[in-house]
Ligand binder design. Structure first.
Ligand SMILES: *Cc1c(COP(=O)(O)O)cnc(C)c1O
Length: 368
């Protein structure tokens, strides 16, 4: 991890807030278990720190996307249940078994190959089955689902842990697809009565108890992103990104700032240069649209975001508060992840998972 003095910014990740968010979601699930999705290195925040913190808080079940991510989480958590959403890709069988990872079977082909492996293994192998009810992405498509219902012997040798499906529009509470997917999932579930079911992601938890089933799979809400866009965000903020000022200069018309001369100076003022750029995941679409904060004073991005640098208008900030070495909140109390995402024309998921590797990372953890 780079020394803070040698980097352009400090990224603070509040593990206590992640735990508080998990406890809040768990509290909403009357009878259902609350898992945690820690794919993509816990949405960019560091699965090696996030997963153990959640495990200490009582989380027993984790989801990753890739087999390799599952191996990494297993190293951190010897006793947790770890599910691999992208399933048993060819050649991964031994690794899945050796690390006791539970693959999500996403097709009849997956079921066949996992069943074959179980029969040569000589003991039942656990797995989940994912039914596609409206994503057309992963999971058994409707025709394969009907085949599986007619021919349940295809699951011989497989110990089914969860029957799962995934919502396409959970963040739009009124979208008709939510209820349609629920109805389809309930119907498919009938013949698998004694198998536990899992349906809701973060936003799905907020759709109500009929969406909860036996296990919910929240990801993004754990990391502070609002699960109900447009409504008050009940989640605690997890991430703070503080960029360091390298230089401050006086500017006046008819100057321009940055590549492409896209910002034209209209009055005397000051511009601060901060050592964060699109190579750090500070998206180029924030050019002339993003905002930083120094204390509670807004300092807008002026000019284009470049690879390693951004420029901000600090004219409204007292000179001794906007000086080399001073910190600018690029993500913080006044500009949380969702706000930055909106300014960049994207979603909080993309801001988090893009957080760069050049930042000095600080973890807040009451267990330390
Ligand atoms: C990523 C993912 C989740 C978690 O979704 P969030 O919206 O981040 O809560 C749950 N289930 C599946 C299948 C996923 O791919």
């Amino acid at each position: 991890m780079p020394e803070s003095d040698h980097t352009g910014a400090v990224l603070t990740i509040d593990l206590n807030a992640i735990v508080a968010n998990w406890l809040l979601l768990r509290g909403m699930l009357a009878g259902a278990e609350c898992a945690a999705v820690v794919k993509a290195d816990a949405y960019g925040l560091g699965a090696d720190r996030v997963a153990p913190a959640l495990a200490r808080a009582g989380c027993k079940t984790f989801f990753v996307a890739h087999v390799g991510e599952g191996v990494a989480v297993r190293r951190a958590l010897p006793n947790a249940t770890i599910h691999v959403l992208n399933g048993p890709v060819p050649g991964s069988g031994k690794t899945l078994i050796d690390h006791q990872l539970v693959p999500v079977l996403n097709s009849l082909g997956d079921i066949e190959s996992w069943g074959d492996l179980a029969r040569t293994h000589g003991a039942p192998l656990t797995a989940d089955v994912h039914i596609d009810t409206g994503m057309a992405r992963l999971g058994l498509p409707p025709d394969e689902t009907e085949t599986l219902i007619r021919e349940p012997e295809r699951l011989d040798g497989i110990k089914l842990t969860f029957l799962m499906s995934h919502l396409a529009c959970a963040d739009e509470a009124d979208h008709p697809l939510n209820h349609q997917q629920l109805t389809d999932f309930l119907r498919v579930r009938q013949p698998f009565k004694d198998v536990r079911a899992s349906f809701a992601n973060s936003s799905g938890i907020f759709l109500g108890p009929e969406y909860h089933f036996d296990l919910a799979r929240p990801g993004v809400a754990l990391y502070g992103v609002g699960p109900r866009p447009g409504e008050t965000n009940p989640m605690a903020q997890v991430v703070r990104l503080q960029g360091k000022i390298l230089q401050v200069r006086d500017v006046d018309r008819p100057q321009t700032v940055g590549y492409g001369a896209s910002h034209r100076v209209v009055r005397r003022g000051r511009v601060a240069t901060v050592g964060v750029g699109y190579a750090d995941g500070y998206l180029r679409s924030l050019s002339n649209s993003g905002n930083g904060y120094i204390e509670d004073i807004r300092v807008p991005i002026v000019g284009r975001v470049s690879m390693d640098l951004i420029t901000l208008d600090v004219s409204d900030v007292p000179v001794d508060a906007a000086c080399p070495g001073a910190l600018v909140d690029l993500i913080g109390p006044h500009n949380p992840v969702d706000t930055v995402a909106a300014e960049a024309g994207t979603i909080g998921y993309e801001i988090l998972t893009g957080l760069g590797s050049r930042y000095h990372r600080v973890y807040l953890d009451s267990a330390d």
